[in-house]
Write a protein that binds this ligand. Structure first.
Ligand SMILES: Cc1cc2nc3c(=O)[nH]c(=O)nc-3n(C[C@H](O)[C@H](O)[C@H](O)COP(=O)(O)OP(=O)(O)OC[C@H]3O[C@@H](n4cnc5c(N)ncnc54)[C@H](O)[C@@H]3O)c2cc1C
Length: 339
């Protein structure tokens, strides 16, 4: 089978979630006798091809996209062009294999689970008319079908999903697999980007929301701030702690509503899904909607004054107490060790 890591390339560095997808692709391929391909699509595709080979992709399919080129006065969105590119790569690679006389193996297309993927995964599935399994935390191939595990009902239940077909698409939750280098000698195939139909969705301007400078899905340390941090004094303590432990700040919906922090930092069912090495939950009760976005964190430490708070059921380490007493002490201790 072909296990293809589909990697949208629009940044200077390849995202860690893309390397995780490549790593998972090599694991699935080696357990099923398959081979790994990297489909690099986007304005910086060429630049990242050698890195994909470093992480186990023996076949590199590279399609450079000029996203900002003006076409009839409008710019076509990157997501729309990625759907067209995946469609084109599937058609062309299948045709190439047919001319080589190779049997047509089933293809598993793996994406990372970013905001962009959420935009394009369903559209790719509809375009290719194939099954899609989104936000999987594990998957395997049993020779006939893909078997994936994904959290459902706000992570209350882990469901096992089976999908059959000659092509299956999956997106993989970020932060679950350690990127593992497996350098291979790779063959590169280059493709021209297809013409995108301009009658569809168009993007006239990219406006970054204020404060949206942090990619929480890539952060190794996250400080989750809940209603227990209630004022500017608490906010200052959190900021100090974040600097000391080099953590990124995320919020529960309590602060989405309070306006104390940018709404782009929301974690949970209606916000981002994260899986950092460390999630420090400060004054967060542990509602299922919040937990849905952080339950896969590797280590969870909770500080809460209520010993019955549900977050303690999930936490690896819990501290019962008032944040306004604990945080100054913690900051003092960290400052003295770093002095
Ligand atoms: C459809 C839907 C979608 C939702 N999506 C999301 C989502 O994506 N993300 C999300 O977070 N929520 C979401 N919610 C809201 C969710 O149900 C909760 O209301 C929210 O997560 C509560 O946030 P919290 O834990 O910060 O506040 P609370 O539940 O009020 O908990 C505050 C905690 O702080 C503790 N505390 C208070 N003061 C202190 C102190 N001084 N020291 C220590 N501890 C203290 C309290 O003991 C309490 O446990 C959603 C709700 C709905 C209905």
């Amino acid at each position: 089978m072909r296990v293809c890591a589909v990697i949208p390339c629009f940044q200077e560095e390849l995202r860690s979630s893309a390397l995780e997808v490549l790593t998972k692709a090599t694991i699935v391929a080696s357990s099923s006798g398959g081979r790994v391909e990297a489909w690099l699509v986007g304005p910086t595709a060429e630049k990242h091809s050698s890195k994909a080979a470093q992480y186990g992709a023996a076949t590199l399919r590279v399609m450079e996209l000029e996203v900002d080129s003006e076409a009839k006065g409008v710019n076509v969105s990157l997501g729309r062009r990625i759907v067209d590119a995946v469609d084109e790569l599937m058609t062309q690679s299948t045709a190439e294999l047919a001319t080589e006389g190779a049997p047509q193996p089933p293809s598993l297309l793996l994406f990372d689970n970013t905001e962009l993927t959420k935009d394009v995964l369903g559209a790719c599935g509809a375009r290719l008319d194939v099954p899609v399994i989104a936000d999987v935390v594990d998957l395997s191939w049993d020779g006939h079908q893909c078997i994936a595990q994904r959290p459902t009902y706000a992570s209350k239940v882990m469901s096992k999903v089976h999908a059959e077909g000659s092509v299956i698409l999956c997106s993989i939750r970020a932060g679950l697999f350690e990127p593992d280098e497996k350098p291979v000698k790779a063959t590169t195939h280059r493709y021209k980007s297809p013409q995108t139909d301009l009658l569809g969705q168009v993007l006239k301007e990219l406006v970054a929301p204020e404060g949206d400078t942090v990619d929480l899905t890539e952060a190794p340390i996250i400080i989750g701030v809940g209603r227990g941090i209630a004022d500017e004094t608490g906010k200052d303590l959190v900021a100090k702690l974040a600097t000391l432990i080099r953590g990124e700040i995320a919020i529960s919906r309590a602060h989405f509503e309070s306006g104390m922090y940018s709404h782009t930092l929301l974690v949970g069912q209606s916000g981002k899904v994260v899986a950092p090495r460390l999630y420090l939950a400060l004054g967060i009760s542990g509602s299922i909607q919040h937990v849905a976005g952080m339950s896969e964190s590797h280590t969870i430490i909770a500080i809460n004054k209520d010993p019955e708070a549900p977050i303690f059921d999930l936490a690896d380490l819990g501290i019962v107490g008032d944040l306004y007493q604990i945080l100054p002490a913690l900051i003092h201790a960290l400052e003295s060790t770093q002095a």
